[in-house]
Design a protein around this ligand. Structure first.
Ligand SMILES: Nc1ncnc2c1ncn2[C@@H]1O[C@H](COP(=O)(O)OP(=O)(O)OP(=O)(O)O)[C@@H](O)[C@H]1O
Length: 233
């Protein structure tokens, strides 16, 4: 199983977000995109997920262009943002919308996150972290070969962050997982490869990098922003 990105480019009107994004990822890999706010991580993940059109390039899943076949639509689950949850439904009512064959998997995820009580409440009463847990359960209920998570760790407390990362490590064995994150410490522990996204493409950061080195490498790339970061009250 392999996903190949070939010279992907994306422009919003006249704003070129990125170009020349190329990558080849095999089964049992967890790939993380890092980079400053607004650089295009979410856009790239949405392009891979087929939610946004790419302007250039090709994406292959095994030998076929992704989304060119019916099966490839069922090969991918995307961790969407909280705004897609329905305020007036409970967590449990969201889970009832999933296909029946996913029930066993869903129940295991509920146990894992001790989410029984959370699921009884309407989403409009959820905190950010509670919404994230519901979204993780919804996404991971799909036993598909490609999982894509945009900022999965946002709003999670340290225990749930650890649980989420352990879950990804377990899930990736038979899958390809894409993440975007600003949580450099956590992602350095679980990622097989980490890429810094630029407007000109992806730059692979060193293999087997520890969290301190990842932070230094990251900061080297954005020192311009840091130099300006003074405030004179
Ligand atoms: N639908 C859209 N229409 C126009 N511009 C957009 C749209 N979506 C994103 N952009 C722009 O594309 C750029 C990349 O945004 P994106 O959300 O992908 O960044 P990001 O790296 O995920 O940022 P963050 O780390 O803050 O989440 C930004 O300049 C943003 O304003």
């Amino acid at each position: 199983m392999v996903v190949i990105l070939k010279n992907i480019g994306k422009t919003f009107k006249k704003h070129r977000v990125f170009e020349n994004v190329s990558l080849e990822i095999r089964k049992n890999s967890l790939i993380t995109f890092v980079g400053p706010n607004g650089v295009g991580k979410t856009t790239l993940l949405k392009v891979i997920a087929g939610i946004l059109h790419k302007d250039e390039g090709n994406i292959f899943f095994d030998t076929k262009e992704i989304f060119s076949t019916k099966e490839s639509f069922h090969s991918l689950a995307f961790f969407v943002s909280e705004s897609t949850l329905m305020e007036n439904l409970t967590g449990r009512e969201h889970l009832l919308l999933l296909p029946k064959e996913q029930k066993e998997r869903t129940e295991k995820l509920i146990e894992y996150f001790v989410a029984h009580d959370l699921l009884k409440k309407k989403v409009k009463s959820y905190s950010l972290g509670m919404k994230q847990i519901l979204l993780i359960i919804l996404t991971c209920s799909f036993d598909v070969p490609i999982l894509i998570f945009d900022e999965i760790l946002n709003g999670l407390d340290p225990i749930n962050r650890r649980k989420a990362m352990n879950l990804l490590l377990k899930l990736k064995k038979e899958k390809i997982i894409f993440l975007s994150s600003h949580q450099l410490m956590e992602v350095s522990e679980v990622s097989d490869e980490i890429y810094f996204l630029h407007d000109e493409g992806l730059e692979k950061l060193e293999e087997e990098i520890d969290s301190m080195s990842l932070e230094s490498l990251y900061l080297e790339k954005i020192t311009e922003g840091l130099d300006e970061a003074e405030i004179d009250f």
